[in-house]
Design a protein around this ligand. Sequence first.
Ligand SMILES: *Cc1c(COP(=O)(O)O)cnc(C)c1O
Length: 392
Amino acid sequence: MTARMDFLKENIRELKEQNLFIELPVLSTEQKNRVILNGKEVLMMCSNNYLGFANHPRLREAAKAAIDCWGYGAGAVRQIAGTMEVHIRLEEMLAEYKRTEASLVFVAGIAANRGTIQALMGEEDAIISDELNHGSIIDGVRLTKSKRMVYPHLDMDGLKKALLETKDTRRRLIVTDGVFSMDGDIAPLDRIVELAEEHDAMVMVDDAHGDGVLGKDGRGIVDHFGLEGRVDIDMGTLSKAFGSLGGYIAGRRELREYLINAARSFIFTTAHPPCVTAATMEALRMVQDEPEHLRRLWDNTRYFKKAMIDMGFDIGRSQTPITPVMAGESGTAMQLSRELFNEGLFAKPIVFPLVAKDKARIRIIVIAQHTREDLDEAIAIFERVGNRMKLI
Ligand SMILES: *Cc1c(COP(=O)(O)O)cnc(C)c1O
């Protein structure tokens, strides 16, 4: 390494001083309810593998069959020579599942948010965004020259004010997470859509944590609120509940056609390996023909949350499987995570700047694969550690 890169040492030292330096935890097993992580067997309690699809035999088999049929790589970007029939089939299937005219798959959810917002919004426009929206939405907004308005979390008066203040701009886009990733609360999408219709603004919802989790057969937040046909841009990810990889947008046919031509994060990147696409299609079939995974996810969520509340933990305002366990200062959250790990439970601390300085927490996501014994063991660990740390 040349001396020109020495500034990195200084940057890292600063991060360490502020307790913000992160190293990667490493799995030695597949992603499932119990894993070996950093060499220790632990209960996995913070993956996004809601339905347990990441290592499911049906997805494995679908991926293997696709490799035999299509080979491994796609070999080109989508616009040039990388689009295979499987890619088109998945997009048709997603549109049907989300009940929209069309859909378009991006390499990841972050790419879908960045590319879509960048392609649709110009200098004469305004983007109105909830203050707790995901970083990939914020990235998308930063890629535009649009006017930016941020309203307080879930505050519909704040949203209305922003709509009134921007009434003279060419086009407005309201963008919100469906399920907020750090707190597990749900955006009041019905109210947002009403306000948007009243003020003639477009609505984009990021359903990353609602896909496969909310609505009938896991169709997501639009189905949950019965808003079919009234949300302009339904964005989601294939990497969480669906256990695969990729992001997508669903909406009008012209939205798909335009994004193929204008979304830079779609244009300048190689298509998914066809085995990834085939496994995702299998996940969409599974969520519809094996409803027991979704049922178990919610049964497990209710069981675990009730036990946490009964023990006296503060689990915030969650309405979904995302369960924050509030610790207060970041040092306390980090200690909580360490002590849980020593007892055999893995959940990463979430600290500033991801959340406010005094709202540090660990974030638990219970999954369908957790057995009753897993959950009882987790609850017993929380009770021991909570008492020891005087959190309950
Ligand atoms: C995870 C997540 C994304 C990004 O999805 P990837 O497919 O992992 O890139 C986007 N938005 C939200 C709200 C998320 O939680």
